[in-house]
Design a protein around this ligand. Structure first.
Ligand code: FMN
Length: 159
């Protein structure tokens, strides 16, 4: 395989930019994620690729819930804030207004929309990311405008 072609081709797959929220035993965390897609209408399922070495994966494995906070076109700075790994759990959320959702996972006040998910399956055998499949159990829309995408940010995550 041509490694450069593989990288360029995979980076052409369009992605959104989300703040994924997690909660476990009263502790909250959130990170910037892009590998998310809907994979079923009935029930409504989404699949999320999540780093095996992240704090958030271990929280998801235990608490079996997560939120997807969808950002607007002007909200790259918010995505930037959540890129760094948590050094202290909850630290990243201290300066960002949020509330706990129905599942307990954090919902950012400024997100344009959100979904909350209960984890139904985790594929953890292959690769450096686990694939978490969540059923959407709650949703809300604050501002029905176009969402931030990876292309808007000029960043890459993939290849
Ligand atoms: C543009 C961009 C997209 C990212 N997408 C993902 C993703 O889809 N899944 C993932 O696990 N990490 C993704 N990350 C990395 C996480 O944001 C990062 O690992 C985060 O530090 C994990 O935080 P935690 O250790 O506090 O859970 C992405 C990073 C960037 C810069």
């Amino acid at each position: 395989m041509d490694a450069q072609a593989k990288k360029i081709a995979l980076r052409k797959i369009p992605h959104g930019v989300y703040i994924i929220g997690v909660a476990q035993d009263g502790q909250l965390n959130a990170f910037t994620g892009t590998w998310l897609t809907q994979v079923s209408f009935t029930p409504p399922l989404v699949a999320l690729g999540i780093r095996k070495d992240s704090h958030s994966l271990s929280m998801i494995q235990h608490a079996k819930v997560f939120s997807v906070n969808i950002l607007g076109k002007e909200q790259k700075p918010l995505a930037e804030h959540f890129v760094k790994p948590a050094t202290v759990i909850g630290e990243k959320l201290k300066t960002v207004a949020h509330r706990a959702g129905k599942t307990g996972a954090p919902l950012l006040d400024d997100a344009i929309a959100f979904v909350e998910c209960e984890v139904r399956e985790i594929a953890n055998e292959l690769g450096d990311h686990a694939v978490v499949i969540g059923e959407v159990v709650e949703a809300g829309v604050r501002n029905d405008v176009p969402a931030l995408t990876l292309i808007d940010t000029g960043w890459h995550y993939g290849g």
